[in-house]
Write a protein of this length. Structure first.
Length: 72
C-alpha cells in the first residue's frame, strides 16, 4: 500500500507540474506571435503526460480498494 501511495504522490506532482507548464505554454501561444510548431508540440506533450498521470492515479485507486480489507 505504501508503494501505491508513493506512486500517487509522484503522479499528483506530475499533474501539478504539467498544469503549471501547460498554463505557461498557453500564455506563450497567446502572446508570442510566431509560427513555431514547438510550442504546440510541447503543449500536446504536457497533455499526454497529464493524461497518463491521471490514468495511473485512477488505476492505483482501484487497486488499493481491492487490496483494502473488506471491513475498512
Amino acid at each position: 500500500m505504501l508503494r501505491l501511495k508513493a506512486i500517487d504522490r509522484v503522479c499528483y506532482g506530475a499533474c501539478m507540474v504539467t498544469i503549471i507548464l501547460g498554463i505557461t505554454v498557453c500564455i506563450a501561444l497567446i502572446w508570442v506571435s510566431s509560427e513555431h510548431e514547438t510550442l504546440w508540440r510541447g503543449l500536446a506533450t504536457l497533455g499526454v503526460i497529464f493524461a497518463g498521470s491521471v490514468l495511473t492515479m485512477s488505476v492505483n485507486q482501484m487497486i488499493s480498494r481491492r487490496l483494502a480489507p473488506s471491513g475498512a
